[in-house]
Structures are given as C-alpha cells and as structure tokens.
Design a protein. Structure first.
Length: 339
C-alpha cells in the first residue's frame, strides 16, 4: 500500500514529543524534541507543526508534558490561543481537560493522547476510501495547501483521498497550488507526494482558474480547518477563490475533514475566527525583503467557502453531499446519487 510512512509528522517518546520541523522542508528533514508545554505552544504558533488535525494531536501530547511540569492545575489558555482557526486544537484540549483536572499521574492523559493520535490516523484512511469512491477513472485533481500526512497523524485528508485514488489507478494527474505565502503546496505537498512516487505539477494560485478553463481539472480536493454547522468551510486562504472558479467551470469541489474539524457551535462561517499573521510573511520571502520599501500587507491566512460552493464533504463517518442545508447531516454510507 502507498504510505510506507517514510516519515512521521509527530512521534511520542519518553522524554517528550518529536516533531518534524516543517519550516525546514523540503531542504532538510530535521526533528525537534519538545519537553515543555511552552515549547509545544510555540511550535504550533510558529508552524513547526501545522495542519488542523496535527495541531490537535500535538496539543494533546502537550498537555501530558504540561502535567509533568505544572500538575493538574496547568493553565491551558496559551495553548488554546496558539492558533485560532483550526478547531481541532480546541477540540483536543476540551477532550483532554477533564482528565487533566482529575489526574494524579500522567498515565490516563498519555493513553488519551495516544488514542486521539490513533483515531486520527484511522479516520484518514477511512476518508481516503470514501473520497476515492467518488472519483471516476482517469480524473485530474487540484489540491491546495498541504492536507496530507504532514498536516495529520499520517496519510492525510485531501491527500489521503489522492493517495487512495492514485493507488486505485483512478487519478491521472495531480496539480497543487504553491500556496502563498508559506508555500505549503510547493514545499510540503510536492515533497510528500513525491515520497510516494506520486507525480505532482505545481502552479501559482493565480493560474488555477485558467487551468480549469482549459478543461484540465475534474475535481478540486482540499482539507478544512473548521466546518460550521451549515457546511461553510474555513480553509487555507485561496480556497474560496478556487471554489468560485470551480463553480463557474462546472468542476466538483470536495472537502475532506474528520468530524473533529466540524464545529457545531459555529452556526455559519461568519462565526469562525480567521487568523491574521504578520505582514512580514508577505513582504519578505525566505528572510529577504521582496516588496517595495514602505508597502504594507494584508495577511489573513484562512478564508471561508460557503456551503453552496461545496459538492461534497467527506468525513470518516460518511459523506455529506451538497452540504448547503440548514444543518449538515452525516450519512453513514455514501449514497449512490451522483454529485
Ligand atoms: O496554516 P496551515 O498550514 O496550518 O493551514 C493548513 C490548512 O489550511 C489545511 O488545509 C487544513 O488544516 C487541513 S489539514 C488536513
């Protein structure tokens, strides 16, 4: 099977959590060992680890480390605020907190963190199967950002579907947006797919609509950072433009995310907090100033795609076709109805 696991995104060991430093990929494959909750919080905010599910799993292990230092009264606020949009972070903290408050040793906490880690991996494989079932033979797909093994416990959400679809011989060609300003597509998605010998063609985001116009894309497949109760999807900035362009060109749009990314407390996308990062990420590239001196930059790092632009949401519990309903319903079996 594809996913030989040529790398681990995160790995627990007795001393702490080992994270693959994603800022250094693809040039260097460097692991950092984190031993404190403060280091975990910084690793999330500085994007050593990124991607909604991976952030959630990292936070769960971070709470084990935090218990070692501070005991059951550990303050979780800095961790909770490390990044605001990916709801998996908040979900994982809320799942761990009741155990933390009554913990006398780290055993139960560590068991729960391992369970969260394993459940996420299983969810990815299940979504891979469910999503690939929706693909016809010989399709070309376009993905955005990195929603792969690097963004999860392994295998990936959008890239999980692409891996399974590729293994089944259904995918002809994978296109990936380079994804400014962090270049998750060019640095991470391309690297990760090539580890599995899946060929990938990169393009600048601005070229995506033009590629669609040429009839070169059958499906856009992305992950999500948070899905509201009405099916609106927050994901990496640029996802909304892709969805608009896909709609105009009659191209199907698949969002792949575990149920841990669904936030029923947000009625719609307007209630999702969108992270803004430093303007330096746009004004500079690899530490070098690229913008004219004196220019300013606007750097929202996620956007919201309204449910009416989404053809299907794939979760590990089933697929939601045309999620544009007052409240999304998850069917346990994919229906045969065409998308
Ligand atoms: O800023 P990032 O790199 O954390 O953003 C990640 C994304 O937007 C992913 O598409 C999303 O988290 C889904 S990951 C399975």
């Amino acid at each position: 099977m594809i996913d030989k696991r040529s790398f681990e995104t995160l790995e627990w060991c007795d001393e702490g959590l080992r994270l693959l430093d994603q800022r250094q990929l693809p040039e260097k494959k460097v692991y950092v060992l984190l031993k404190t909750i403060a280091e975990i919080t910084t690793a999330i905010s500085d994007m050593i680890v990124r991607g909604a599910p991976a952030i959630g799993v990292t936070a769960a292990y971070g709470i084990v480390l935090g218990f070692r230092e501070h005991g059951a009264k550990l303050d979780l606020t800095p961790l909770y605020n490390a990044r605001p949009t990916a709801v998996n972070l908040h979900w994982a903290i809320e799942r761990m907190e009741p155990l933390l408050r009554q913990a006398e040793s780290e055993d139960a906490l560590l068991k729960e963190a391992i369970r969260i880690h394993e459940e996420d991996l299983m969810a990815n494989h299940r979504m891979g199967d469910l999503g690939a079932e929706l693909l016809d033979e010989g399709v070309n797909v376009l993905t955005h950002c990195n929603a792969g093994a690097l963004a999860t416990s392994g295998y990936g959400t959008a890239l999980g579907v692409i891996r399974t679809g590729f293994a089944q011989g259904k995918i002809n060609r994978v296109y990936a947006d380079e994804t400014r300003p962090w270049m998750q597509g060019a640095r991470l998605t391309a690297w990760e797919l090539l580890q599995d010998n899946i060929s990938v063609t990169l393009l600048v985001e601005g070229a995506a609509a033009w590629l669609m116009k040429q009839g070169k894309i059958d499906w856009v497949i992305t992950g999500a950072d948070r899905i509201a109760a009405n099916g609106d999807v927050a994901n990496k900035i640029g996802t909304y433009s892709l969805a608009l362009a896909a709609k105009v060109h009659g191209i199907k749009f698949m969002v792949v995310a575990p149920t841990t990314t669904i936030d029923l407390n947000c009625q719609n996308g307007d209630q999702i907090e969108i992270e803004s990062r430093s303007e330096d990420e746009i004004l500079n590239f690899n530490g070098l100033r690229i913008a004219a001196e004196g220019s300013k930059a606007w750097n929202p790092v996620f956007d919201v795609t309204s449910a009416d632009l989404v053809s299907v949401i794939v979760t590990e519990k089933g697929v939601i076709k045309f999620p544009d309903t007052p409240e999304i319903l998850i069917s346990s079996k994919p229906s045969q109805e065409r998308i």
